[in-house]
Ligand binder design. Structure first.
Ligand code: SAM
Length: 345
């Protein structure tokens, strides 16, 4: 059901509900599938929205139906005083679900402060449990800190804890059951993500994508019959249950895009609003905000833009014949807003 105050949906009738807030474009890992290059062009610090500006924009969004907010980046825990922003957002009564995606490197020290500030749910990205592999894939020796972060989040008692793993062929597809078992130990639901050709994935190729079908077959071989979880949801993950009741998810954005039900949009740390992960252009909200636009004026920009939204980025990619990375490294240097770490994964 559409919320009170919500616009009538986009051109495909999709409501404006789910907002991903990138709070920084900086990251302390260099994952092969996201930030593989030696250097990057960063957003100018003066352009970064303050917590007050983020809070104000979020309030206008929430007046239009946004009730789910996810903090992301870059690595959100690199943003100084993040619990202060969490508290500010948690005070907004329209936000029913406040979540964060993090690589977990700094989570051990921040899990409790984030929970106390009002963060409901947390997702930690973890592709491997093997040190050498972690080092090769993420180009930093941080696995012990990530594991400590997941345990700290597990002990802190968030409403939900998830582990997201990108599965890359001939890299970590042999670790699916190890990750599921680690999820059982820590109380985290594990979700496997197909390798996507978006943003910084300049080394992507289709043959490295370990597909949803292969993920299911591999898990079934190990655990026996898997049943789908029947539920109505616009969440990207389709969930499945193992014979022992353990639930895991698959996010098959590459081979089975979910554009038809996608209610997500993304606000970058410098106030550019993207209506699709694959969009080439964003809508500048920082300019009107800093030029003194009223809430009503910003609301009109959001309403008008959402009404025209016809994006189906992942579906369009599926239809292209010779699939290669969406943007080459040089294109990303010229417009860092095309990076996944800038627009928020
Ligand atoms: N730094 C945080 C983290 O690592 O979770 C948040 C930002 S990161 C860009 C968000 C998510 O995007 C991570 O789970 C990451 O694995 C995923 N991601 C990045 N590039 C991807 C790609 N090419 N294919 C699939 N997932 C990707």
């Amino acid at each position: 059901m559409m919320q009170k105050g919500a616009p009538g949906g986009d051109t495909l009738g999709r409501p404006l509900r789910n907002l991903r807030l990138s709070v920084t474009d900086r990251c302390n890992l260099r994952c092969h599938y996201c930030m593989p290059e030696a250097d990057y062009v960063w957003l100018p610090p003066k352009d970064l929205l303050s917590f007050e500006e983020i809070g104000r924009l979020t309030k206008v969004f929430s007046g239009l139906g946004v009730d789910k907010v996810r903090l992301t980046g870059g690595e959100p825990l690199l943003r100084k005083d993040l619990p202060v922003l969490v508290r500010l957002l948690a005070e907004n009564p329209n936000i029913k679900d406040l979540a964060m995606t993090t690589n977990g490197v700094r989570l051990a020290e921040l899990a409790s402060p984030l929970l106390q500030a009002g963060l409901d749910r947390i997702t930690v990205s973890l592709d491997t449990l093997r040190s050498e592999r972690f080092q090769a894939l993420n180009q930093r020796d941080e696995l012990p800190n990530v594991l400590a972060g997941i345990w700290a989040a597990s002990r802190a008692g968030f409403r939900s804890l998830k582990i997201d793993a990108v599965v890359v062929r001939e890299c970590n597809e042999d670790e699916l059951s190890d990750l599921i078992e680690f999820g059982k130990e820590t109380g985290a639901e594990v979700r496997f993500i197909e390798y996507m050709d978006v943003g910084g994935a300049t080394r992507w190729s289709m043959d490295q994508v370990f597909t949803r079908t292969e993920i299911l077959a591999s898990i079934e071989r190990r655990y026996g019959r898997i049943r789908p979880v029947v539920e109505e949801s616009t969440a990207p993950a389709e969930r499945h249950v193992l014979p022992d009741g353990t639930v895991f998810g698959i996010i098959a954005s590459t081979t089975r895009p979910f554009c038809q039900s996608c209610d997500r949009s993304r606000l970058t740390a410098d106030g550019q609003w993207y209506l699709c992960l694959y969009a080439q252009q964003g809508i500048d909200l920082r300019k009107p905000l800093r030029e003194g636009a009223s809430d009503a004026e910003i609301r009109r920009i959001l309403e008008a833009s959402w009404k025209l939204r016809d994006a189906r980025g992942a579906e369009e990619r599926l239809g292209s014949d010779s699939r290669k990375p969406l943007v080459e490294a040089e294109g990303l240097r010229q417009d860092p807003h095309l990076e996944m770490h800038t627009r928020g994964g």
